[in-house]
Design a protein around this ligand. Structure first.
Ligand code: URP
Ligand code: ZN
Ligand code: ZN
Length: 461
């Protein structure tokens, strides 16, 4: 089965070239000068469009247990929404509950995802219980294609690890060549600020932001970097939101340390003003780290340009406003933490191209090529080149759209980007050679996505 994508501009981190792409079954067979091939079983006309490697969202939470509920997208609904938005690979977090093994956690996440995904998927492992046995199990996770481990300096009593526990896990990461991913917020200090606000009768969603100041993200980021330096471990800071944290990452990178970081669209486009919306509407914007003052956004865009921020992921973690965010009415600390976004990352970052914040090449690099290399998927994913999986997006840079809960495909009853008017829109999406989204609609299936056993980080190994 041959598919020819002709007449488009093929994008990579180096920019765009006029080229045709020939797909044979599940893989890219050739990228040629325009017009070299004429016939195929299917010909897709990409004239005036971009042809780019499918997006890789390296940070999602489908069906994630949190605060007595579960994030509202299943692997089926969440990966279908991802496909609609041009994301053809997700890496989701398996969550170790305290007292359980990493092996049983991985089994559980396979049970949820296997046979239910519309696009390919891999897992990171959240390690919340560091002991001799789980440290040993990190080795078998790497063998099973789960080569990155998230730890938390926040959420004492739930996911939190002490500095000593982090140090031990980092040593194991050094030994196995795997990656530690850090949620860097000083949770011990934050818990005090939260208790104080509640004692003063301050229960509104905006308090979520006020009790998690950016300085405490900067402090935790610096501490994580120091622990990584001491142990020789690489470090990937997840969902970086604050200028102070970015400075710490930039300084470590300038000093030659293997420190990487991602940010998320919500930190580039939304702010604490959204958290302060009246009538409990702010609950829609509760995530950790919290949305910051607008002044941080310019720093984050700069970080993306200079590569101090290498990846844009969504931290997609949807909770419905009506039944789930509601759990925290009157007590912001009980609002489930998370913002939906897996469907909109490619479009929102393309808007950064339109606004002149990043180049076309940087768009593709931060949203596809770098996550592939960071998490051991390159060159199977993240590039349009012979032999790569034919995960391909045909993108119309001139189309316009308005984001809304009325039209999105995520299983959540609100959009954090309601009313955003964007230039650029996904037209057609191929996942391993199969057209799963086209102008006629969704033609994929929730059994199509396959588990991706990942190698080690390809910037280091
Ligand atoms: O608020 C967030 N970010 N929820 C998901 C869990 C996490 O910390 O990534
Ligand atoms: Zn986190
Ligand atoms: Zn997350």
């Amino acid at each position: 089965m041959r598919t020819l994508i002709k007449g488009g501009t093929v994008l990579s981190p180096a920019g765009g070239v006029a080229a045709d792409v020939l797909v044979e079954d599940e893989r890219v067979a050739a990228v040629t000068a325009p017009g070299l091939f004429d016939t195929a079983d299917t010909v897709l006309d990409a004239t005036g469009k971009y042809v780019l490697p499918g997006g890789i969202d390296a940070h999602t939470h489908m069906e994630m247990p949190f605060g007595g509920t579960f994030s509202s997208d299943t692997f089926a609904t969440g990966t279908t929404a991802a496909a609609w938005g041009g994301t053809t690979t997700i890496i989701d977090f398996a969550v170790q509950a305290k007292g359980t093994s990493l092996a049983s956690t991985l089994d559980k996440w396979h049970e949820k995802a296997d046979g239910n995904c519309a696009v390919d998927y891999g897992f990171h492992m959240i390690v919340s219980d560091v002991n001799d046995s789980t440290l040993k199990e990190m080795e078998s996770c790497v063998d099973a294609g789960v080569s990155s481990f998230k730890m938390f300096m926040a959420y004492p009593g739930v996911f939190y690890s002490t500095d000593g526990e982090i140090l031990r896990a980092m040593r194991k990461a050094t030994e196995t060549g795997s990656m530690i991913m850090m949620h860097a917020e000083n949770g011990i200090a934050i818990d005090q600020l939260v208790a104080q606000a509640l004692a003063e009768g301050k229960g509104d969603p905006v308090q979520h932001g006020l009790t998690r100041p950016s300085a405490l993200e900067g402090e935790a980021t610096s501490r994580a970097i120091t622990l990584a330096r001491v142990t020789g471990s690489p470090l990937y800071i997840v969902h970086l939101s604050a200028a102070e944290a970015l400075s710490a990452v930039a300084a470590a990178r300038d000093a030659g340390q293997n420190v990487f970081a991602e940010t998320c669209p919500q930190y580039l486009y939304l702010s604490i003003e959204d958290l302060a919306r009246p009538d409990f509407e702010g609950a829609k914007y509760v995530a950790s780290p919290p949305l910051r003052e607008k002044k941080h956004q310019a720093d984050l865009w700069r970080g993306l340009r200079t590569n101090d921020l290498s990846v844009v992921s969504t931290d997609h973690c949807p909770f419905c406003f009506k039944d789930q965010k509601e759990l925290g009415r009157g007590d912001f600390s009980k609002i489930p933490n998370g913002i939906p976004g897996v469907e909109h990352r490619m479009d929102l970052l393309h808007q950064g191209v339109v606004a002149g914040e990043i180049s076309l090449g940087r768009w593709v690099e931060a949203c596809s090529t770098t996550p592939a290399r960071m998490f051991g998927l390159y060159p199977r994913k993240g590039v349009i080149a012979p032999g790569a999986d034919a995960d391909i997006v045909i993108y119309d840079p001139a189309a316009t759209q308005t984001l809304s809960a009325e039209t999105h495909h995520m299983a959540v009853d609100y959009s954090a980007y309601e009313g955003f008017e964007l230039t650029g829109k996904v037209e057609t999406v191929l996942s391993r050679g199969k057209v799963v989204v086209s102008p006629s609609g969704f033609s994929g299936g929730t059994g199509h996505g396959r588990f991706l056993s990942r190698d080690l980080c390809q910037y280091l190994n």
